[in-house]
Design a protein around this ligand. Sequence first.
Ligand code: V47
Ligand code: SF4
Length: 352
Amino acid sequence: MLSHIENKVAGGKRLSGEEGLELLGSDDLFRLGRLADTVCRRINGRKAYYVRNRHINPTNICLNRCGFCAFSRSKGEEGAYELSLDEIAERVRSAPGGTKEIHIVGGLHPDWPFEHYLDIVRTIKRVSPGVHVKAFTAVEIDHFSRISGRSIEDTLRVLKDNGLDAMPGGGAEIFSQPTRDKLCPEKISGERWLEVHEAAHGAGIKTNATILYGHVESFEDRIDHLMRLRKLQDRTGGFQAFIPLSYHPKNTEMGGEYPSAIDDLKTIAVSRLMLDNIPHIKAYWIMLGEKISQLALLFGADDIDGTVIEEKITHSAGALTGESLTGEQMAHLIRRAGKVPVERDALYRTIE
Ligand code: V47
Ligand code: SF4
C-alpha cells in the first residue's frame, strides 16, 4: 500500500497531504520508520544532536488557561509563582559549566510590562554573556506586542537588540481553528502564530515549531498543521527544528489518556517525511522518555534536546521522566542507538 510513497521518497519527491494521511493511517510502523530514517540520514547523516541547556519558567501565572495545561495558574491562586530577576540570575549562575542555551517560556502575566521581559533577557546575558537566550513563544510575543503597543516586528527587534538569540516552538498546538477552540479558546489563532514566526524569520531570528498531539485532534488536523508549517518554511527557511509534543493528561482540565509509544514513533516518522524542508526533528526526551527518544532516533529524529535541569510544564501534567540528564548521558543514549552524538548550541552550531 505504501509502495508508491516509498518510490516518491526514494526519488526525493515531496509528499502530498493525502499521502501524509495514508502514512498516519498505516499500521506498518517499521516500514514508516525505515522510510523516515532514510530521509533523516539523507539530511543529517548519522549525526544526532543534544544541547547543554537550562529551562527557566519566569511565571506560571497566565491569562489563557488552556485546557491541556497543568502548569498555569491564575493570579492569587494556590501554587501561582513569579520569579524575581535575582532568582532568574541565580538559576543562570548555577547552571552547570558548559551550558550553551537558556530556554525561557512562561505564562501571560496580567501585570508585567514589556520592559520586564527585556530585563529578563538582559539579566541572563549579564550573568552569562556567552549563552544563547532561546526565549518566548509566538503567544508571548503577541502578548508583548499588545501590552507595549508595538508592532510584532518592532517587539522582535527590541528583544533581539537586548539579547534574544532564537525562539522556541511552543504555542502552536493544533492550528485548525475548530480543534484549537476545544483546546485553548483564549490563545492566538494558528494564523497569528505563523505570522509571528514569519516576522521573526524576517528579523533574522531562527525559530522552532511544535505540534501538540494525542488528545482530541484528528489525523487531518495533524497533516493540515504540518502542511501549513512546510508552506511557511518554503517562504522563509527560518525554522530550525520541529518538535512533536506528546500530550500529558494529568491534572489538566481536558483530561484524557497518554498517547501510545506507537503513536509517538509514528508522529516522529510522519513529521520527518512531510517536513522535507525543516532540517531537524527533535524527540524531546522529557516528554517521550529516554527509551522512546532513543528509538525515535531510528524513526526520523536527529535530536533529543537537552540537559534541561528544571522542567515544570510537562512535570505538572504527569511526566514520567526525570528533569535532567547530563551531556554524557545524552551522548551515551545516542551512541547506543547507533548514531554519532554531536553537541550543539541553540543555533545548531557544533560544539567541539
Ligand atoms: O506551548 C503544555 C506544551 C509547550 C502540555 O522549541 C504540553 O526547542 C504536553 O514548546 N502535555 C511548551 N505538552 C514546551 C515547548 C518546547 C519544549 C522543549 C523544546 C522546545 C523548543 C519547545 O508545551 C506549550 C504547549 O504546547 N504543553 N501542556 C501537556 N499537558
Ligand atoms: Fe498559558 Fe502556555 Fe499554559 Fe496556555 S500553555 S495556559 S498559554 S502557559
